[in-house]
Design a binder for this molecule. Sequence first.
Ligand code: ADP
Ligand code: GN1
Ligand code: MG
Length: 359
Amino acid sequence: MPDDAALLSVLSRFAVDFGDRPPIEPFGRGHINGTYLAGTNPPTVLQRINRAVFPRPDLVIENVARVTAYLKEKIALDGGDPERETLTLIPDRETGLPYVLVDGEYYRLTRLIPGAVSPDVADPGALYAAAKTFGRFLHRLEGFPADALHEVIPRFHDTRARFEQLKAAIASDPVGRVASVAREIEFALSREDGCGVIVDGLASGEIPLRVTHNDTKLNNFLFDKTTGDCIALIDLDTVMPGSLLYDYGDALRFAASSASEDETDLSKICFLQENIAAFTRGFLEEFGNDLAPRERELLPASIRLITLECGVRFLTDYLSGDVYFKTNRPDHNLARARTQFALVQDVEPRLPTLARLTE
Ligand code: ADP
Ligand code: GN1
Ligand code: MG
């Protein structure tokens, strides 16, 4: 982690004046980037893009710059506040580029959206509001030229490819962990059949290719601290063409779970029906008329599929020696894989009931 002096020097290269020695402190609970709260006047968020995850951070930030510029126009047309309802990037004062490059590391600076919180748990009311924000996000990007976006992580939500990565990690067993997780491996591999249902739908055209967010976990939604309104969907690093089904399912994977991704007592883990119902109601109110029949049909199954995919990714990272997600203990990724698999097990018998919410 760079020291304060190094971060201050990075900060000084952005086109903004903070006055003397702006305070800098770690911020947020994301699993990927290094995030800091920097300065008070104005308050900003400094992020070092994770190069192990994003081989071309410049292209990631270029995507974010294009998408936020487009969203700002749409938000203004809707009578919203373009500074509050999406991110605002501050450029490098010399190059004018939306990032600063120091010693091979890419940093970006956004204005802090003030008075906001990004929660890890929410009640049904908050989930209803988040679903509306998600639906609006999709609407606002409907006219965005998808081919103007770089595919920053190829096949990011391609569940079949995620299973291939798991099988490669099992075969190479680089840190000798395979033997100790036979049960988890068996759980995952016994569910590989049918895991291509969304990518196959995209390929056949039955599922429309849309500009999607691809990381809709609840702490990527900002809520107004005072009113509780949902303000924005942030963390736009993975905005790419894809299926909205992964976004819908991913939001519920995280926000409709009764316990956190890190919970070690698996008996505490299940999907909360009222959270699923509230999010689904908000989403259908906002976007229901635009759904293709196959999208509507697969909404419940997408909750199971993205949760399985996420568990497979955590398990793969565990077997690979924890090289992708930030971890703070040796079995952290394994614990996360287990919570995801517990959720999969919980939701499987409930799919027919969930289907009634989306008919
Ligand atoms: P990661 O990819 O590591 O998840 P995020 O972009 O989601 O990084 O940022 C981590 C956290 O920092 C977010 O969950 C949110 O709490 C906070 N955050 C990031 N940018 C802003 C911003 N512009 N305004 C307010 N909070 C922000
Ligand atoms: C990562 O960056 P963050 O913490 O919002 C990951 C998501 C996973 C999530 C699991 C770029 O999201 O895909 O679903 O962790 N982001 C990336 O918590 O891989
Ligand atoms: Mg995040």
